[in-house]
Design a binder for this molecule. Structure first.
Ligand code: WTA
Length: 642
């Protein structure tokens, strides 16, 4: 039997989110968002209209409004007398720390903005950021925002190859990186990947300057005239910078995410609507009280969660937060809980894959620390199974902290479906219902909305929302095709399966397209397949996401070797796994690579991944009647048994 959890009256009494918000937003969608925008954000010029949807699916939010995102995240808190409030408690992996107040942050951002200006970065120029989880990552993003130069942050775990594609697609003129990053106690290289991404051979790089933060004291190659140390260029700059206001719809950032084809999509977000929704959701969903809470989101800045819930949401709200550089088990498996205890973290936002890992490490580890400061827990990235939910509440949340299971995407910019702590009776495993201001439905194969419980359909969003993506960088057609054509122009197709339960709660059931979710990271089957076939021994490849106890899904690859390529057993498998890591990044490394003689295909030549998934998950193989050659599956299975 499922058990739900009602909020306590004490929590409800102090909660930021209120039940009345649902009615207010339902009665006047645009009025509701206009109020959020005016109350939570400072505008240099007020907007004239909340939403203009006349060019659908290209939205304009807050037309006529002008603002500066960086000023909203930094300067206005100093102006309001909160300059002494800690913005960032930085904790390095090796235990080094930095305390950065809002007044400090203002100076650092001003210096970085002045430095970028000196390097020729102006309004509209793109800057790539390839940094570890250090304060300079936040400072660099805010400096770009200040100048109206859209940033494109590339996760530090991505390869030179992936970085190259992203730099080229966004036409970035500056790359900000570091001489290395600490991962599991070792200073790993980072700048070398930037060098390789720029010196790629096939085309001329748009990059004029590489700005390098000294973090790991690694030796790095140096290209005179192109490479500059951050401390040389930034440290001597003036600590003040007069910011200009930008149009509400000015692009704030591009963030690449995996789609169903091999080419990553540059999702781009604009300024006013995005900032409004991330500030609002961080307040009402995380129940943030900036004057008393210590907030910690454990995501990496290279993902959208880091953009919205480390940088823009919490800083727009004037929060005090923890920024941690390293991994959860360096130097020991209690590191997260040690940090919670040290800083008195009261709001923790992390991912189900991490929670399942902590469960595996054992209850005794968090039990050694004082976690009594925690009062709200959040989850993001994939469905959280009820067992992990209960463990999280019991062992991290003292048996009482509300958990917000937040569903959203790189494309949505901010949280969309989630309980509100203090308002919603919590149902473990379900993200429950759209937050006030957001509307969702579930459609059947024919595109008809339904509400019957337990029937599985497709999640769609039915009204534009302020933080929605404004497009795919350089490819408006792909934007329309991907999100607005599956069920017609009035439904945003999210790509997730969903169902209702008896109580009307929404349960998210994972992707319905060829996108996998590995440890909360989106990976496309096509992208990994093309990485595999770029290896000289591989003729063909098919990749599926197979269920995995810890990572949610795991990458399983089936490959056919080229004529003449020798199958050296384990050696071949290891080589191909490494090859994928090199082409995309270690997160994409297949858990398994199976060398097979054939792949199951339909008569029209489409690979039937469903059947391969059966094999990867050790299930009896399903219906093979649509295969061009129905003996193929037998051949594959016989081959794997050998
Ligand atoms: C999945 C991460 C179930 C979903 C913010 C979505 C979730 C994709 C949840 C977006 C959740 C994210 N419950 N599934 N609470 N949160 N997802 O773009 O499949 O990296 O489409 O954004 O993650 O991943 P993305």
């Amino acid at each position: 039997m499922s058990q739900s959890y009602a909020p306590t009256p004490e929590f409800t009494e102090q909660a930021v989110g209120q039940a009345a918000l649902y009615d207010e937003a339902a009665a006047d969608h645009q009025g509701f968002w206009a109020r959020q925008a005016r109350e939570r954000i400072s505008w240099d010029t007020d907007f004239e209209q909340a939403l203009d949807w006349s060019q659908a699916p290209f939205a304009t939010w807050f037309a006529g409004g002008r603002l500066n995102a960086s000023v909203n995240c930094v300067d206005r808190h100093v102006d309001a007398g909160n300059g002494d409030r800690v913005a960032i408690h930085f904790e390095g992996e090796g235990g080094d720390t930095r305390t950065i107040t809002y007044a400090d942050l203002q100076k650092e951002v001003a210096k970085a903005a002045n430095a970028l200006t000196e390097l020729g970065v102006g309004h509209g120029d793109r800057v790539a950021i390839y940094l570890p989880m250090i304060p300079e990552a936040v400072i660099a993003m805010l400096a770009c925002a200040r100048l109206g130069a859209p940033h494109s942050v590339v996760f530090g775990g991505f390869s030179a190859e992936a970085l190259h594609t992203r730099i080229a697609d966004a036409d970035a003129k500056v790359v900000i990186t570091a001489d290395g990053q600490f991962r599991r106690g070792k200073p790993a290289p980072l700048k070398a990947a930037v060098d390789a991404a720029i010196d790629h051979g096939d085309d001329e790089s748009p990059v004029e300057t590489v700005l390098v933060v000294q973090r790991a004291q690694n030796d790095v190659e140096w290209v005179e005239g192109r490479d500059r140390w951050w401390h040389d260029v930034v440290d001597g700059q003036s600590e003040t910078h007069e910011a200009q206001a930008h149009d509400a719809e000015h692009p704030l950032f591009i963030l690449y995410t995996s789609g169903t084809t091999g080419k990553p999509k540059g999702i781009f977000h604009t300024t006013g609507g995005y900032l409004t929704q991330v500030a609002y959701t961080n307040a009402v969903v995380h129940d943030l009280h900036p004057e008393s809470d210590v907030y910690w989101c454990t995501a990496d800045i290279g993902w959208v969660t880091g953009h919205s819930y480390i940088v823009y949401g919490p800083l727009a709200n004037g929060a005090t937060q923890v920024l941690y550089e390293g991994t959860p088990n360096t130097p020991h498996e209690g590191r997260f809980w040690e940090i919670v205890q040290k800083y008195g973290v009261s709001i923790l936002y992390t991912a189900p894959t991490a929670i399942r890992t902590f469960m595996k490490w054992g209850d005794d580890i968090p039990a050694k620390y004082d976690l009594s400061s925690i009062r709200v827990l959040g989850s993001v990235g994939e469905p959280i199974n009820p067992e992990a939910w209960r463990w999280y509440r019991e062992h991290i949340g003292g048996g009482t902290a509300p958990i917000v299971d937040t569903w959203w995407q790189t494309e949505t910019g901010g949280i969309m479906i989630s309980p509100l702590p203090g308002v919603t009776e919590l149902e473990p495993g379900s993200a429950q219902r759209p937050i006030p201001g957001i509307s969702a439905e579930i459609l059947d194969d024919e595109g008809q909305p339904f509400t019957e419980p337990e029937k599985v359909g497709y999640l769609v969003l039915t009204k534009p929302w302020p933080a929605m993506l404004r497009g795919i960088w350089g490819d408006p057609e792909r934007y329309k095709d991907t999100y607005w054509s599956r069920f017609g122009p009035e439904y945003y197709f999210a790509g997730d399966g969903a169902k209702y339960d008896e109580a009307g709660n929404i349960w998210l059931l994972g992707r319905v397209d060829d996108v996998m979710n590995v440890s909360g990271h989106r990976l496309s089957t096509a992208e990994i397949e093309s990485a595999l076939v770029s290896h000289s021994s591989v003729a063909e490849a098919a990749v599926v996401g197979a269920a995995d106890e810890t990572t949610g899904q795991a990458v399983c690859a089936f490959v056919i070797l080229r004529e003449g390529a020798e199958d050296a057993g384990d050696e071949t498998v290891q080589e191909l796994r490494e090859h994928v890591a090199k082409e995309i990044g270690p997160i994409a490394k297949p858990r398994q690579v199976m060398v097979v003689p054939e792949l199951p295909k339909t008569r029209s030549g489409k690979i039937m991944r469903r059947l391969l998934k059966d094999v990867a998950e050790n299930r009896e193989v399903g219906d093979v009647t649509t295969l061009a050659d129905s003996s193929v599956m037998q051949l594959i299975q016989d081959g794997l048994k050998e």
